[in-house]
Design a protein around this ligand. Structure first.
Ligand SMILES: O=C(O)CCC(=O)C(=O)O
Ligand SMILES: [Fe+2]
Length: 360
């Protein structure tokens, strides 16, 4: 009979936290329609309220997630000469770079005109959807994004573990976008549907050759002292941005107080601390565009002033390179707003980002 107890005067309001969503009904073919609907409804709520949520029920063992983080950490702790063996170079140049793949040294990433205090390795889906063209430096040079992935040679098992992990993530990404189609009430999948058919599987078909990105990121602690009375942060591990693609599945080591998500009031930052075995998931600009802004791709940033060297490995489950990303008719109607974009392919959108240093 808890109803008889007086309210405790010392009770503190619960600290707001991102919702936790169980994706397992969308990975288990024998799940009930009801359990799927529950997951889809929870996604709809989370995408309206935050654009972010924690994901559980994804079926990737925690031991695998720990291994992925540990291998990235080992790479970042190897000598700079080792890391520079896979350095990212501009496309078309004699070094054989493609302007996107490879190792980016400390401070090379720019967000909103500031140097982020991080180093990173970017891996993309191999260029397999159209013939490769020669870079503007002639034979043996690459066009933007058309080079091969530059895999770390150390630790030696990294490549194999990551390729297997990417296969697993593709299944999770597919399950999440399938659930999103239900969450948006886009209707039952239609027979003989193609990429332009706007049914509940529209995101599944437009990501079935996802031009994914995997980014290993290393963050040393920031040096600037923290002033809680000032809203003016001068140094960032990763400056404020939205993700430019579809769905981000973020894996991070247990460091607390680093990733922050902007709340709807447009001024409060919520810590999205890692929960072991869970991904932090967020929607990117392509989902915002497809939904005509019904779901917003939310701003976030990383300020790591804590202990130790933080490692995160976001996987960006993106549309196919050729996918036409244009507001869906039903979403335009429901939003009551004019279409937010006339539509272009994800490849065009991505190339624009690469040429502009992503978040500059
Ligand atoms: O490291 C993190 O927690 C997030 C990184 C991020 O937001 C990004 O790379 O887009
Ligand atoms: Fe991000």
């Amino acid at each position: 009979m808890t109803g008889c107890l007086p309210p405790s005067p010392a009770a503190t309001p619960p600290i707001e936290s991102l919702p936790i969503i169980d994706i397992s009904p969308y990975l288990d073919p024998s799940s009930s329609p009801r359990s799927r609907q529950e997951t889809a409804s929870a996604i709809n709520r989370a995408c309206i309220d935050y654009g972010f949520f924690y994901l559980t029920g994804h079926d990737i063992p925690t031991s695998k997630l720990d291994e992925v983080i540990s291998l990235a950490r080992q790479f970042f702790f190897s000598p700079l000469s080792e890391k520079n063996k896979i350095k990212r170079y501009d496309a078309g140049g004699p070094e054989g770079g493609d302007g996107a793949r490879g190792y980016q040294g400390m401070g090379e990433n720019i967000t909103l005109g500031r140097r982020d205090v991080q180093e990173a390795v970017d891996l993309y889906r191999e260029w397999d959807h159209s013939p490769k063209e020669e870079g503007n430096g002639g034979k043996g040079t690459y066009k933007t994004l058309q080079g091969p992935n530059l895999w770390p040679a150390q630790p030696p098992e990294l490549k194999e573990v990551y390729l297997d992990y990417i296969d697993q993530l593709m299944k999770v990404g597919e399950a999440v976008v399938r659930a999103m189609g239900t969450a948006l009430d886009l209707g039952a999948p239609q027979p003989n549907a193609n990429t332009t058919t706007e049914d509940g599987d529209v995101f599944v078909r437009n990501t079935d050759h996802s031009f994914w990105v995997m980014r290993m990121i290393g963050y040393p602690p920031l040096q600037a002292p923290y002033n809680p009375d000032s809203s003016d942060v001068t140094e960032f591990s990763c400056g404020e941005h939205t993700d430019y693609g579809c769905v981000t599945l973020l894996l991070a080591d247990p460091t607390p107080g680093a990733l922050q998500v902007l709340l709807k009031d447009n001024k409060t930052w919520l810590n999205a601390d890692p929960i072991p075995g869970h991904f932090v998931v967020n929607i990117g600009d392509m989902i915002e565009r497809w939904t005509n802004g019904i779901w917003k791709s939310n701003k976030h940033r990383v300020i790591h002033r804590g202990e130790g060297y933080r490692v995160s490995v976001p996987f960006f489950y993106e549309p196919n390179f050729e996918a036409m990303v244009k507001p869906l008719g039903k979403c335009v109607e429901r939003s009551g707003e004019a279409p937010v974009h006339e539509g272009n392919t994800y490849g065009e959108h991505l190339l624009g980002k690469v040429f502009n240093n992503f978040y500059k």
